[in-house]
Design a binder for this molecule. Structure first.
Ligand code: SF4
Length: 226
């Protein structure tokens, strides 16, 4: 349906079903002609080899079906030293963004920098988003855990029209002065240093969840089940 409506449609997967090339072909066949590309995650966070068997099977199947395919590969924190310094990584690899689980489990593996440096969001175009994420509960995210509404309650067009980036309680401060502004505007306690902007952003949002429960949602994005 999305393809018929003219959207670019992509699939992001860990390739779990691609146990053989033949299986992968069968899983992907119904999508051939409808999706513009597939991205398969394969790295040491997903399995015990950087390019695993399922990803290789998915690539072979996608090629047979004429579906463009690429890999999403995240380097180990120590491989980048400074998370945003991706120039030192092989082509196609990305550094860790320290948000969600990464903000809790991986931050100790990289040097931290002064909190005052994080005066912008380095990754998302919050003013004019070219893409959004939708979770299974219907929440529409600008960045995982920052919602602008719920698609099960409000149509996408209305959510898009209603989004005012400067007035939004989270993107407003982020656009003004990054995660630093979240701390300043809401008077939040903060550490002296963080792994990257996302690490500080995530911790500030965690502290603001009770204040903005409909925006900083769902719990799963913040390590809370249910
Ligand atoms: S976590 Fe915050 S700083 Fe990082 S990409 Fe998302 S909005 Fe930007």
């Amino acid at each position: 349906m999305a393809s018929d409506m003219g959207f670019d449609v992509g699939l992001v997967s860990n390739g779990y079903g691609a146990t053989s090339v033949e299986d992968a072909v069968e899983w992907l066949r119904p999508l051939a002609g409808f999706i513009d590309g597939i991205s398969v995650s394969t790295d040491l966070f997903h399995c015990n080899e950087k390019l695993n068997r399922q990803a290789r099977n998915a690539r072979a199947a996608a090629k047979k079906l004429g579906i463009p395919i690429g890999f999403l590969q995240i380097a180990q924190p120590e491989e980048t030293k400074v998370a945003t310094n991706v120039g030192q990584l092989p082509p196609g690899w990305s550094g860790v963004m320290f948000r969600g689980r990464a903000a809790e489990k991986l931050v100790d593996r990289v040097p931290h920098r002064d909190w005052k440096q994080f005066t912008s969001c380095p990754y998302e175009n919050l003013r004019d988003p070219g893409r959004v994420h939708i979770d299974p509960l219907g929440n529409l995210h600008l960045c995982q855990g920052i919602s602008i509404g719920n698609l099960f309650k409000t149509p996408l067009g209305k959510l898009s029209r209603n989004y005012d980036p400067d007035k939004h309680p989270i993107t407003g401060p982020l656009l003004k002065d990054g995660p630093v502004q979240l701390a300043r505007q809401y008077g939040l306690r903060h550490k002296k240093a963080y792994a990257d902007a996302c690490h500080m952003c995530y911790e500030m949002r965690l502290a603001l969840r009770k204040r903005f429960p409909g925006i900083l949602t769902p719990g799963q994005m913040y390590g809370v089940l249910g």
